[in-house]
Design a protein around this ligand. Structure first.
Ligand code: IMP
Length: 215
């Protein structure tokens, strides 16, 4: 591809506004480091949506989609939303879609971990996975992207980085918990990173094919 055309496409993508339906500063930081400067990312605060968007669906996919639809209906903007669950094999996928409020409505991470560890007490199978689903509404069409990282739940908390269940989750092939890793290391393998890389690749590809159609 000639340099000029490549430059034009890069700029076209660069100036694309897209809303990330989240006000969680940890996530916004993570996502910015994955998407880089290729997109103008707007948070809910940037578009003056202050209320908590309902997350009452029984599946992770449904929650992600309903959040994206809420923002798209309110603003008409291109938007993506994510939802994540920790799925533990010996607990039949719990806490899953209930991960944030596993131990109660106040989304207390320490209480969630305590509840998880007590439910796993005495169980040999500690296999778990984080699963992220991103719902994108782009030019009025809906898309889903999934990212999974498999690992093990340990018996006690280790590390001070990250959030949520990070202190008790060791990804397969690693010795550190997510909470003991630098953000960059977590981002190179995490569920959310995988899902967001799929989103990023989709947006790049879309931009290229969009350009071909116009020629
Ligand atoms: P959310 O859908 O990203 O808000 O995630 C729901 C819940 O899953 C969070 O409140 C956390 O408890 C947990 N969670 C999501 N992502 C992560 C992560 O990367 N590490 C640890 N816990 C996470």
């Amino acid at each position: 591809m000639p340099d000029f055309e490549y430059f034009w496409l890069r700029n076209k993508i660069y100036f694309m506004d897209i809303v990330f339906a989240s006000n969680n500063p940890h996530k916004v930081r993570e996502i910015k480091s994955i998407l880089g400067n290729s997109f103008t990312l707007l948070s809910l605060k940037d578009i003056n949506i202050e209320e908590d968007i309902p997350e009452n669906e029984p599946l992770i996919e449904g929650n992600a989609l309903s959040k994206a639809q809420y923002v798209n209906n309110a603003t008409g903007l291109n938007v993506f939303a994510d939802d994540t669950g920790l799925e533990v094999e010996s607990l039949n996928g719990l806490p899953g879609v209930h991960s944030a409020r596993f131990a109660g409505a106040d989304k207390d991470s320490s209480a969630n971990i305590e509840k998880l560890l007590s439910m796993l007490n005495g169980k040999e199978n500690r296999k778990a996975r984080f699963r992220t689903v991103i719902a994108l509404i782009f030019e009025k069409k809906e898309y889903l992207f999934e990212g999974i990282v498999t690992g093990t739940i340990i018996n006690e908390k280790r590390g001070g980085e990250g959030f949520g269940y990070d202190p008790v989750f060791i990804p397969d092939g690693k010795t550190l918990t997510f909470a003991e890793m630098e953000l960059s290391e977590k981002n190179s393998i995490s569920h959310r990173a995988k899902a967001f890389e799929k989103l990023r690749d989709f947006l790049y590809r879309y931009s290229l094919s969009d350009n071909k159609e116009k020629r």
